[in-house]
Design a protein around this ligand. Sequence first.
Ligand code: NAP
Length: 286
Amino acid sequence: MIERLCIIGVGLIGGSLARALRAAGFCHEIVGAGRSAEHLQKAVELGVIDRYETDPALAVAGADMVFVAVPLGAMQSVFSAIKGRLAAGAVLTDAGSAKGSVLETVHQVFGEVPGFFVPGHPIAGTEQSGVEASFAGLYKNRRVILTPVESTDAQAAGRVRAMWEAAGAEVVEMDPVHHDAVLAATSHLPHLLAFTLVDSLVRLADQQELFEYAAGGFRDFTRIASSDPVMWRDICLANHDAIELLIEHFISDLESVNQAVQARDGDRLLEIFTNAKRARDGFIEK
Ligand code: NAP
């Protein structure tokens, strides 16, 4: 059980954790923090949090668990604000989509990665943002990756694991560098491609006509281009090394498809498409 949970960033991710833990009866009190009193008041009205503070340093007072779910670019200011203000024995964790950059920021701010900090990343989300989009079932049967480092206190990691399990998630552990490489491929590159495709087509074509004739395929492929641009800008900057490598690899493969189209090489196209279909069908079946 958590006595007082402090959530800094009561949006889709923070709000959904609050709802899930409430539904599970896993915490007594939830205190929210963020920049906008209006957003936080909405979270109170929706029953997501009990009360709020707009100053994170005040919000963490007396909390035994602190969850930071702000965009990656805001992590540094949040960690700086709460440094030295956490209650004795409190555990600090986060939801950042890239782990190397969060660990670097924590190290910069605290002068080390403290034992009470447990880096985490829920592999769940939607293209919506804000507390209105949050829901209790977001983490049900979804994975949460914890990326503890040598200095991470095992008991603190155990408490974060128990919290996510209470929210319905399956918790796994991974090395942070490996996490960033895997997520660059499975999440960061696909988002970057979806944003770039829509931006490219919109600038190329008559917008009205484009969306009028767009069918299911376009909708499926581009759904994630409705995600929050600030969040995705921050993720691309934070995980730039892993993303750069994949972009280069992808450009080379796209060039190879281009050559096959130019050469009317149906066999090569069929080979690529068949390989992709087999891989995706297998993934969906699993
Ligand atoms: P979101 O819905 O936009 O929520 C972010 C929250 O952070 C908002 O409530 C915002 O409230 C607050 N905030 C923004 N800047 C702040 C600052 N400088 N100081 C304090 N609060 C601030 O975003 P989200 O989708 O929940 O994402 C939150 C984190 O989870 C990000 O780090 C993201 O990488 C990670 N994540 C997202 C997903 C996903 O699919 N969405 C999945 C896994 C992990 P105010 O505007 O009122 O300040």
